[in-house]
Every structure is written in C-alpha cells, then in structure tokens.
Design a protein around this ligand. Structure first.
Ligand code: PEP
Ligand code: MN
Length: 359
C-alpha cells in the first residue's frame, strides 16, 4: 500500500470523524430539548428503561466489524455525556464544594473569626478534670493572646474502663472558666441526644474522629446554628471527610471547620500519620476553613512544633494542640500534652518563625 493510499484513507477517516462530531452534537441538542420538557414536567433526567431500549436497538442493527459489546460501550459513553449535559451542574456540586461557593467561608465564633488571614490556635486539655485545671490552662492561653479553649467532657476512649470524662459537669466547668476569662469553648459531643442541652454551655461543637460517620449526630449538629469542628475519621478518605461535612451543611448549618488529625497507617513511629497534603486538597475542594490537630496526629511532644510549622506553611487556617498544667497526672493522653512552660515555648517558637503573627 502506497503512502498516497494511506493519505486517501486518512482523509476519509477525517471526514467520518467530522460527521460523527456533527451527529454527536446534534444528538446533544435533541437531548437538551428533551431535558427542557422533562424539567417542566418535573421528570427525572435519567431513564434506565429508555437507555435499555436504545442499547437493544444498537445491538439489533449492529453489522460489525465492531462487536455489540464494544458498540454498546461507546454509545453508553455518549448517553452519559448527554445526561451530564442536562443535569443541573449546580445541583450536582456539593454544598461544601468550591464549585458551589468559590469564596472562603469564615466561621465566626462570637467575634473570633476562623478562616481569615489571622491564624487560629485552639488549645486546652485533652479532658476537663477540674475547674482549677481548666483555669490554669485558660490563663496560659490568655497570656498568649488566645481566646478559644478546647477540653473534652465526653471522652470517646478505646477502653470502657478508662476515664470517660465528666459529662455535663465538665461542660459547666468549661463555661464557668470561659466566662470568667472571656474565652470561647470547643468541646466534643458524642450523643445526638446531648446536643440541645450542650448548646447552653459551649461555643463550638466538636465531632471527634470516631464519630465522623455517625450520621445521626452529623444531622443533629447540622440542624442547629452553632459552629461545628469536624475531625477527620481514623481511616477516612478525604472524600468521605468531605461527605461528612456535607451531611452537616445539607441540614442547614454551614458553620463548619474541618480538622485534619492524622489517619491510621502501618507507621508506628507516630500515633497517626499526619496527612499534611489533605490541607491544600480540602482547601481546594471545599470553601471551609481547615485546622490541623498536631497532638492527636503525632502523639509525640517532640513533633508538635515541626508539625505545627508544616501545617501553617501549607496554609492551614490554624492549629489544635493539647495543654495540661501537669500532663504526668492527666487522666487521658498523658504522654502527649504540653505543660504550660512547654506550651509557651511552642507559641513563642511559632511566633518567631513568622508563620504566626506575633501580636
Ligand atoms: C480530641 O480532640 O479530644 C480527640 C479525642 O481527638 P480525635 O477525635 O481526633 O481522636
Ligand atoms: Mn486527647
């Protein structure tokens, strides 16, 4: 076969390609017309019975050389493109997605903004143990210019025999200390039935890693207005994390702060593996602020500062870190909480690294 013959055949193929192009677009226009009618009648765009009929027609009329399965595969792609053309692009985009809302969400916590240029540091004990313990931490936070304190009152512990938290008594302690020192409180709620009562005491509801897919809890916190700090599940993919946030937002509450807290991997050097690139991915895919919990992700005091620096450098909106006046006797996470001088050193190092504004 000469080169000239190849060129002639190629010209014919180009011609067929152009005809296909025209026909596929013509088909798209017809689909759009049907789409408009279906929309006005309130009908579903995708009709599996109609699709089956079209595939049968193709099978009946296929004369080869392509096999029926091959042709059906190609046509299914064309059908899919048609449906995508008419489905409301807006409806498909998640509420938490940047596609839906290009500008950043700034979560307001009673005058404190999370998600603006100024980074947020949320610190406090793993668990609330007493008024004195929480107050000692509050004073240390205040002297560093911080105003959002964390502390667990309902502790989801691995062993049922470990300290489970002070419950509502703990929430009352948090509120009393916060009011005395003009601070805000972030605390975990684990039971949907506790949400309403807890709202009397707290400023931000934390959903812990173990409850990221507790859908009833997500729906409950979504149906009220307080900001929600949602932690990534122990083994959750970023997509699952985003869907968990969508559960909250779909109920009407868009005040969501995401928190990367490490995921479980085979690595044992750290308690979890901090997925640092989850931060820019979440910020790209969603419009929500993203924090990094350096305590639970690393589980190691010596890694808190480098992990916090990495988080700020990769443009997280802030950090969560655990602080206890006497970690050696803490009722939970004794190994990884900073004592107050260590916390001061942590804060001063971040400020002098210029990753955190010194104010
Ligand atoms: C916590 O922040 O108190 C906590 C239990 O963290 P996580 O849910 O991320 O394990
Ligand atoms: Mn802890």
């Amino acid at each position: 076969m000469s080169n000239q013959e190849i060129d002639e055949l190629r010209a014919k193929i180009d011609n067929v390609n152009l005809q296909l192009l025209k026909l596929i677009n013509e088909r798209g226009q017809l689909v759009q017309e049907i789409g408009e009618i279906k929309k006005s009648l309130g009908l579903e765009m995708y009709d599996p019975i109609r699709e089956r009929d079209m595939l049968n027609l193709i099978a009946n009329y296929n004369e080869g050389p392509f096999e029926i399965a091959t042709m059906q595969h190609i046509f299914k792609e064309i059908f899919k493109a048609g449906i995508e053309l008419i489905e409301d692009d807006h409806r498909k985009a998640l509420l938490v997605s940047r596609k839906k809302k290009p500008e950043n969400t700034v979560v307001q916590i009673d005058g404190e903004a999370i998600g603006r240029e100024k980074k947020t540091i949320i610190a406090g004990p793993c668990a609330v143990e007493s008024f004195e313990q929480v107050e000692a931490v509050a004073i240390a936070l205040k002297s560093q210019g911080l105003s959002i304190m964390r502390g667990g009152a309902f502790k989801p512990r691995t062993s049922p025999y470990d300290f489970q938290g002070l419950g509502f008594e703990g929430l009352k302690i948090l509120r009393a200390v916060a009011d005395k020192h003009d601070m805000k409180v972030v605390t975990e709620i684990v039971n949907p039935a506790h949400v309403e009562e807890a709202l009397n005491y707290i400023d931000v509801i934390q959903i812990g890693a173990r409850n990221m897919q507790n859908f009833e809890l997500l729906k409950e916190v979504g149906s009220q207005k307080k900001p929600v700090l949602l932690k990534r599940g122990l083994s959750a993919t970023i997509q699952e994390f985003i869907y968990a946030a969508e559960y909250i937002m779909s109920q009407g509450n868009g005040n969501i702060i995401l928190c990367e807290r490490g995921i479980r991997t085979y690595e044992k050097a750290t308690r979890n593996t901090l997925d640092i690139t989850a931060v820019p991915i979440l910020k790209k895919e969603t419009h929500l602020p993203v924090l990094v919990d350096v305590t639970h992700s690393t589980g190691r005091k010596d890694l808190l500062l480098p992990a916090a620096k990495a988080a700020l450098a990769i443009e997280a909106d802030g950090i969560m870190v655990e602080v206890h006046p006497d970690p050696a006797v803490a009722l939970s996470d004794a190994m990884q909480q900073l004592n107050i001088p260590e916390f001061e050193h942590f804060m001063n190092s971040l400020k002098s690294s210029r990753l955190l504004a010194a104010d």
